[in-house]
Design a protein around this ligand. Structure first.
Ligand SMILES: Cc1ncc(COP(=O)(O)O)c(C=O)c1O
Length: 386
């Protein structure tokens, strides 16, 4: 065996010994929430396609039309020839939905965070970030070269203490958080973080990957409170409720213009395929036309939590904490035998000892299945957690 293969094999064996090895499973999703895996059909509670827009007829029609008109690929970076005319329409819609002056679309949410953060902060600057922020916020923060300080999850007083201690010694400061936390489904206290950022002349950026389309009448987590939160940097993804792929930053015009020159993941990466951009436009039009659409996923999540005896959800994401990775896998296997796909989430995606089932809900989940799943979770998963 070569030293390279020996390295990879030893790493894989060590991961398997801790129930942390990952495998890709071929999964065919059809309209709604049904998936096929290994020759079996399941009702899936593990997709982030919260509004089932990935298969909506109007979204598919828009994508097909864009293929016919512009082809399948954009052919180059947006700064070369990849900036096909659909981009303007998408950025205009996103900026309007988010109440921002302008918008810049990136290749994905991951590429947005790893492009935006280093374009705004570098050596000599300060980043203060929630400990549970998404992996790509952490990656962008590390890549930036700024001094990074992590505050306890949703602890505004701790963020304040870190800014008080370190702000004066740094040129610029970024305050970073998820708007909706992807593995727990809880919301960040965005209004309080907005005030804190202003007080310290820090720039608040919230990742709304799981908020757009499903909170605040579809406008996202900044609009999920009594008053809109003051979030000058609203980023998110088009891969969840929007049903497709891509990422965005909504911000002031100068900030958006700066991204086009300085965000390396925009400058040095090919533009999105035209059908993907067209699909996002169609999805956003559906969301803007009917703000009540956004309420469907969280209503199903509430049906589940009330029946399972869990706290009311703040988003369509419901975690069921199990503890050890092996126990989470066993719970997932039990639910699969009952016809439900609920993927186990293990470290390092979540902290050690907090392996869990992560459930997501959509309007297409039949009530009787949501209730049966809640009964199974209450009796056979939560009943076994000590
Ligand atoms: C909070 C959060 N931010 C960013 C991302 C990355 O987005 P994308 O899948 O578009 O790269 C995800 C999920 O994948 C996420 O959950």
């Amino acid at each position: 065996m070569t030293s390279l293969d020996a390295f990879a094999t030893a790493k894989l064996d060590a991961l398997a010994a801790q129930s942390l090895r990952r495998d890709l499973v071929s999964t065919a999703r059809s309209a709604g929430t049904v998936v096929e895996r290994g020759g079996r059909r399941y009702l899936s509670f593990s997709c982030n396609d919260y509004l089932n827009l990935s298969h909506h007829p109007a979204v598919l029609a828009a994508a097909r039309e864009a293929i016919d008109r512009y082809g399948i690929g954009s052919g180059a970076s947006r700064l070369v020839t990849g900036n096909h005319p659909l981009y303007d329409a998408l950025e205009e819609r996103l900026a309007r939905l988010k109440g921002a002056e302008a918008c810049c679309v990136f290749g994905s949410g991951y590429l947005t965070n790893t492009g935006v953060i280093p374009a705004l902060a570098g050596r000599g600057d300060l980043i203060v970030v929630d400990e549970w922020a998404h992996a790509c916020i952490m990656a962008g923060s590390r890549m930036s070269g700024a001094a990074v300080h992590v505050f306890r999850h949703n602890d505004v007083a701790h963020a304040d203490a870190l800014l008080t201690a370190h702000r004066a010694a740094h040129r610029h400061a970024l305050l970073l958080t998820d708007g909706v936390f992807s593995m727990d489904g809880d919301l960040a206290p965005l209004p309080a973080l907005g005030r804190l950022a202003r007080a310290h002349d820090a720039w608040l950026m919230a990742d709304d990957a799981h908020g757009i389309g499903v909170l605040g009448g579809g406008r996202g987590s900044s609009y999920a409170f009594d008053e809109p939160a003051d979030v000058p940097l609203q980023m998110g993804t088009l891969s969840k409720a929007i049903g497709g792929y891509g990422g965005y930053l909504c911000a002031s015009r100068p900030v958006v213009e700066l991204m086009k020159s300085r965000a390396r993941t925009l400058v040095y990466s090919t533009g999105l395929p035209p059908p993907v951009v067209a699909a996002a436009i169609a999805a956003l039009d559906l969301i803007a036309a009917d703000p009540s659409l956004a309420e469907g996923p969280i209503a199903k999540a509430r049906l589940f939590t009330r029946r399972a005896g869990l706290p009311d959800p703040q988003s369509p994401i419901v975690p069921v904490l199990v503890g050890e990775a092996e126990a989470a896998l066993a719970a997932s296997r039990m639910l699969a035998e009952e016809g439900y796909l609920v993927v186990a989430i293990r470290p390092p995606t979540v902290p050690a000892g907090t392996a869990r089932l992560r459930l997501t809900f959509t309007p297409a989940h039949p009530d009787q299945d949501v209730e049966r799943l809640a009964d199974l979770v209450r009796e056979r998963v939560l009943g076994n957690v000590s």
